[in-house]
Design a protein around this ligand. Structure first.
Ligand code: C2O
Ligand code: CU
Ligand code: CU
Length: 546
């Protein structure tokens, strides 16, 4: 069977030329494409929608007292279904875009920042001109016109800026929003919906005493290399987030929109997680896990029944400690390193915050043996409506590697640090690579191997959440260096590799094999680390579909 996440609502080459032309010329106020957008497909008629999306400096009330200066997205529906734009949860994140598979979408992006920007639709399978590659960044005051058909399965996607070198700061100051896609298949599954379908965007931030966002210290090269780790957790743009639920089943869609922090998600009462979806939509059946790893850019959806708390109660969603592993451990022993570098350790006293942050970064996440409370779930008293996790979800083809062209000889990508910059296969990003770094044939299925075996040379290794634009892929293998098995055991059970992915966490010492199929669109697409500081420091390359 063909391994494809885009099984319906296919766009022909003629369609593509037609709307690429229209995107540049017609603009948001022009005449839309006539009628339904799915010629040749007689299923559900989905109406076109036109959206105006603006990025601008603004303020948000995140803490009591002085408002916080932020960058914000505002969006409105210019034509079509008004439900396509839902207000920002909490005022800090961008509005939520609700689109349907097969729908034709036109979006005008107005950049009202004082610096270049461009919007990327993370996880969507689109022509390269619509994907928000950094080379399409428009200066402050400029606009970019998008027009595309939604090809992707129902699921939790997101949008964010993607200008080269400035993606980290722009997302950090508030430019990120959810993009939820629904489809016909999903509607037949009886999953929790409406008030029982909740999206939760997790971010870490640091606030100063003046309520303003603090970012990487100037000249903090070490921090810049590790990636930003904030002191406070925001969920849907709010610190100390509490979700009030009734005693029944819920669908919780989690997005890690942090710059660099990796979470190891678990319920505080030890209940296992029932994962129903990953980046590219629903799984075949729920996957049970003691905890789930969620790296920047990744999404995971949980099914959870709160009916056993009918008498009211509280539950927390936590991030558990885990080890990223470090090359230096071999020399000095993990315990000793932790003693020296952990919070309150010897080096911490000597070097302060930078060193303990550096330690957190190297350990890959919320390490230092510390747990983080991400949010509190407060269960309201009421008559319990008990249910079982759904036995069956969507159709997902198995991820064999039988039909991959280069299965025996995968393309290998080395994740590493060179000359104080992050590199992929030995060099940093070249935005306008006339010759793309990698060439793949349209229609080909390939195996790519991401090797994280020496990412910081003598200094150790870091985890890298690797994201590939333009496709949804499958994870077909993972292996780790023998010396790091112990550290790896603290995260291994938290990978959910059963479904479609666009971002995959590659732990220190790990090699991860992916199977990708390059369908529908020729063109130049980036792939990069979604630790935003790493990406901004050049840990990005292009591939060209020819
Ligand atoms: Cu979420 Cu290239 O990005
Ligand atoms: Cu992306
Ligand atoms: Cu990285």
């Amino acid at each position: 069977r063909r391994l494809s996440p885009y099984d319906a609502g296919r766009v022909t080459r003629r369609d593509m030329l037609r709307y690429l032309g229209a995107a540049g010329l017609a603009g948001i106020t022009g005449i839309g494409l006539a009628g339904g957008s799915r010629a040749g497909n007689s299923r559900a008629v989905t109406k076109d929608v036109e959206i105006l999306l603006t990025a601008r400096p603004g303020q948000a009330r995140l803490l009591p007292g002085t408002p916080t200066q932020v960058l914000r997205f505002d969006a409105s529906v210019v034509r079509g279904d008004p439900a396509a734009v839902a207000p920002s949860p909490g005022g800090y994140l961008g509005p939520t875009l609700r689109l349907k598979k097969g729908q034709r979408v036109r979006i005008r992006f107005d950049n009202r920042l004082t610096e270049p920007s461009i919007v990327h639709w993370h996880g969507l399978h689109l022509p390269d001109e619509m994907d928000g590659h950094p080379r399409f960044a428009v200066a402050g005051g400029g606009s970019y016109h998008y027009e595309f058909t939604v090809n992707d399965r129902a699921g939790t996607y997101w949008y964010h800026p993607h200008p080269h070198g400035r993606t980290g700061p722009q997302i950090y100051y508030g430019l990120a929003g959810l993009l939820l896609i629904s489809d016909d298949e999903e509607r037949t599954l009886g999953l929790p919906q409406d008030e029982q379908d909740i999206a939760l965007v997790i971010q870490d931030r640091t606030f100063g005493a003046d309520n303003q966002l603090r970012t990487l210290g100037r000249g903090m090269m070490m921090e810049r290399m590790m990636g930003f780790l904030g002191k406070d957790i925001l969920v849907n743009g709010q610190p100390g987030y509490t979700l009030t639920v009734s005693p029944r089943a819920y669908r919780l869609r989690l997005l890690n929109a942090s710059n660099a922090r990796i979470y190891k998600l678990a319920w505080s009462d030890g209940t296992p997680l029932h994962v129903i979806a990953t980046d590219g939509g629903l799984l075949t059946r729920p996957a049970e896990r003691p905890y789930a790893m969620l790296a920047p850019g990744e999404r995971v959806e949980l099914w959870v029944d709160f009916s056993r708390y009918a008498d009211g109660g509280e539950l927390a969603l936590k991030s558990l400690p885990f080890e990223g592993g470090m090359a230096m451990r071999g020399m000095m022993g993990g315990g000793m390193m932790r003693g020296m570098m952990g919070r309150g350790g010897m080096m911490d006293g000597m070097m302060g915050d930078t060193m303990s942050r550096m330690n957190e970064g190297m350990m890959g996440g919320p390490a230092n043996g510390r747990e983080l409370d991400l949010l509190t779930v407060r269960i309201a008293r009421g008559r319990p409506a008990k249910s079982e996790p759904p036995a069956r979800l969507a159709r997902v083809p198995p991820a064999g590697s039988g039909d991959a062209r280069n299965a025996g000889n995968p393309r290998t990508f080395r994740l590493a640090m060179g000359m104080m910059e992050w590199t992929l296969n030995g060099r940093t990003f070249e935005m306008n690579a006339a010759a793309a770094d990698e060439r793949v044939a349209l229609g080909a299925t390939e195996v790519w191997e991401l090797a994280n075996e020496a990412s910081m040379g003598m200094m150790g290794m870091m985890a890298h959440p690797m994201h590939i634009h333009g496709v949804q892929f499958r994870v077909v293998g993972r292996e780790v260096l023998p010396g790091l098995r112990e550290a790896y055991a603290t995260v291994r059970e938290g990978f959910v590799d059963e479904g479609w992915k666009d971002t995959v966490l590659v732990m220190p010492g790990e090699r991860v094999r992916l199977m990708l199929r390059f369908e529908d669109y020729k063109g130049l697409f980036p792939y990069h680390c979604h630790n935003l500081e790493h990406a901004d420091l050049g840990m990005m390359r292009n591939y060209r579909v020819v």
